[in-house]
Ligand binder design. Sequence first.
Ligand code: T3D
Length: 263
Amino acid sequence: MSENSILVERRDGYRVITLNRPDRLNAFNDAMHAALRQAIEEIEADESCRALLITGSGRGFCAGQDLADRLVKPGDKPAPSNSLEAYYNPLVRKLRALPLPVVAAVNGVAAGAGCNIALACDIVMAARSASFVQSFARIGLVPDSGGTWFLPRLVGDARARGLAMLAEPLPAEKAEQWGLIWKCVDDAALAGEAQKLCEHFAAAPTQGLALIKRALNASADNTLDAQLDLERDLQSVARETPDYAEGVRAFMEKRKPKFTGRP
Ligand code: T3D
C-alpha cells in the first residue's frame, strides 16, 4: 500500500493533486481524506495558486470508498460511519466553492464517490479508456457525494435513472456525447491537455472565474429573475477588479492581456 495517499505537486500558478492508492484504484480511506483536506486548505491559503488539477495514479482515477474498511462478518451490522458528513460532503462543497477553476483529469475508471467527486469539478477531461460508474446500486447503496444532484442536471432524468439504477460503466466518449463531462481525449494526450488547460487558467482573470463559478453554482436553484439580479451583483464586483481594466486595455491596444488574478 502506498505511504502517501495523495501526491501534491506545485507548478507555476497551479497545483496538481494525484490520488495515490493505485493498488485499490485510489479508493478513499480516512487518511486519504485527511491528506486531501489539508492539501486543499493549503491551496486556499496560497494566493499564487490559480487552478487545481486532480488526477489519479496507476490505471484508475478513484473507486470511491475503500470497501475493505466496510467489511463485516455475515449477520453483523456495519459499524456506524459518518463518512458523508465528515468527509465526502465537505469535499464536494469545497470543490464547488473554491474560488479558482478545478480540473479533473480522469485517467481511468471513476466509480462510486470517485465518479461524483470528478463531476463536482469545474472541468472534467477524461482519457478515452476511462469510464464513469455509479457503482452504488451494485452494493445496495444510494449515489452520494452529489451524484443524485449532478446526474439529472448534467444528462437529464432518464439517463440519470439508468446510470444510477443499473450501475453500468459509461465510457468516456459517451460521457462526453451525453454532456456528463467536458471532453474526452486520447489516453496519451490526457496529461498534456490537462496541463495546458491549467496553464491557461494560471494566467486567466482568476477573480472573474471565481465569480462565474458562483453564478453557475447558484443557477441550478434560481429563477431567471433571481439569476439576473445575481449577475448584476457579481458583475459589479468583476468590474472593480484590475483584471477587467487590463482586459479592456489589452483589447483596445490589440495585445495579449497580462492578468494578475488579484482582487
Ligand atoms: O460507508 C460509507 O462510507 C458510505 C460511502 C460510500 C461512498 C462510495 O464510494 S460507495 C462505492 C464504493 N465503490 C465501489 O463500489 C466500487 C468498487 N469497485 C469496482 O466496482 C471495480 O473495482 C471497478 C468497476 C471500479 C473497476 O473494476 P476493474 O475490474 O477494472 O478493477 P478490479 O479488479 O475490480 O479492482 C482492482 C483492484 O482494486 C482490486 O484489488 P486486487 O484484487 O487487485 O487486490 C479491487 O479489489 C480493488 N478495488 C477496487 N475498488 C475498490 C477496491 N478495493 C477497495 N475498495 C474499493 N472501492
